[in-house]
Design a protein. Sequence first.
Lengths: 325, 353
Amino acid sequence: MGSPIQAQAGAAPPWWRNRRLIPWLVQVGVGLVVLVLVAFLVGNLVRNLTAAGLLLSWSWIHNPSGFDIAETLLPFNAALPYWRALLAGLVNTVRVVIAGLVGATALGTLMGTASFSSNGLLRRLARIYVEVIRNIPLLLQLVFWYFVVFLQLPNGTAALQLPGVVLAKSGLYLGHTALVNGVWQGSLRFTVEFTALLTGLVVYTGAFIAEVVRGGIAAVPQGQWEAARSLGFSPLQTLQRIVLPQSLPVILPGLNSQYISLAKNSSLAVACGYTDLYSVAETTLNQTGRAVEVVLILLGAYLVIDLLISALMNGLNQLVQIKER
Amino acid sequence: MVSLRRLAAAIPLIASLALVGCAGDGGGLQSQKLATIKGRGKLICGVDGKLPGFSFVGPDGSYSGLDVDVCKATAAAVLGDARKVDYRDLNSSERFAALASGEVDLLSRNTTYTLSRDAAGGNGLNFAPTVFYDGQGVMVPNSSGIKNLKDLAGKPICVESGTTTELNLADRMREIDTPYTPLKFQTGDQTYAAYLQGRCVAVTSDRSQLAGKRTSFPDPAAHTLLPDTLSKEPLSPATVNADPVWSDAVRWIVYALLQAEELGITQANVEAKVAEAKAKTNLADLRRFLGVEGDFGKQLGLPADFVVQAVKAVGNYGEIFERNVGTGSKLKLERGLNRQWKEGGLIYSPPFR
């Protein structure tokens, strides 16, 4: 096809009508604009930092930090350098993110499937949960959980007690719990700050995940439910064996972005007194005045965490794709 | 180090996005800041906004306090009207960034004057004279039975993050070998809320701040300040290093308030003093101070009568202190170190010559 046109053209078309040249030129143009923009921004940064005598330097990272961190998995004290403090903060962030991912997934899946329940009350509760939670800013929710819920808990003998679980103002105690001199002890202890942050993140992200799960289930054709029922599957079996496996390819990409949001949202930890990476970085920034370097570290750390989550989820996504043969 | 530095310089696209249009207030002999303020017709002043006695928003939405009066005096001296101030409430973590980026012209927010904050290689601030000599204290509920710092062993202590108090606490507790749990919050409100809810057995901050916050507690009498003073906390207004003309102007406006007290010039008698200075040519000192003769104002880039305007607006230092934090106020603080040097205090203005 098209041979008459080519034949008609005969001579080569002028360059501005060259089908191969134009897209190439456009690409170069866009590339140049991006380059100029980046050069301007970096140049501006370097120029202004130089003017302020604040060129990037990383030697401060080896100085002793001089501040304490309330709860750490890695041993830490004020005599250790800043990079150890930042690392301890990072570990705290990763800890709450991992726990949050597990909790939010469980809660979200539960609530997402509940909106297909034959029980009307359960269905409505799931809807109310989603609509209330996702329409309130997370920061407010964290402040609510911490100040209004967890800090109102009693201490000592009045604490909420279940076998193996004690919830007091000083924290959440699991496993072997005992009251020693009016202070609770447990084989596993989470501070009330961690618990409040985790609760806030799980409840908030859970609402979004519930919607993602609901969307995924809704994407499975009604005929699949009917076919399963006619084969004698119970509703739970249908969900487990027929519907959920087919909805996973739809759910996972949406889940990925919710996971990433959760990791980023964990930086609101300071609202409820939890010492995460952001909180440590803020203290570091205040002490050293190295704003650009500290912000770069923060950017890098959250970027790496989110890219890792993304890579994991993409791998998982490939696994659950429906294999077409 | 060089390659790292180069690499880092290439990355910060996003960081530089945040900084675009922020810096670049470079001043030569001419002060860009002064020109900006005069052009805008308003001084933008960074304050705490939630600290009774220092900067506090009243029920009618107006700001008052010692820090606020410094803003007002500056606006009066530069623009001739103490009402031409826009206040920005800043928390302790954002204050330096707000000042460095030029979002506020002047930071008058109970900020401790320290080496690293002043140094060009640190925060790069320029501090005006200290307007309140403070020290860090610790407040506990009376019912806790805590009598000194040692009693705080193993206990959670609430502290605002991004403050010198956070660091002094760590230093001091290490010094006396007492382990403790710091609970850090981003704002003073959160810090004191957590303390009042009983999450911490103690809260630490500057003594004046503790006294100020205590006035807004449900039961102020139920809380005591421990006798220990953990540090020196000279609270001073601050400007950026980049504009020395503006920094000098602020410095001498504050000195003028101190000097006015020393000379017995008050809000009430300043007009009379001006009349007296104009009438008696032999009072050269007073004439220069009040701008009747000489060109002090011009040298600073300010109107000739900047001292008169400032004192007329807020009174001299003694009046400011008394009105906001002194024994007549809710805070009931003694002058203590904040007396004039002639009375054994640290308030001292270099000569206006």
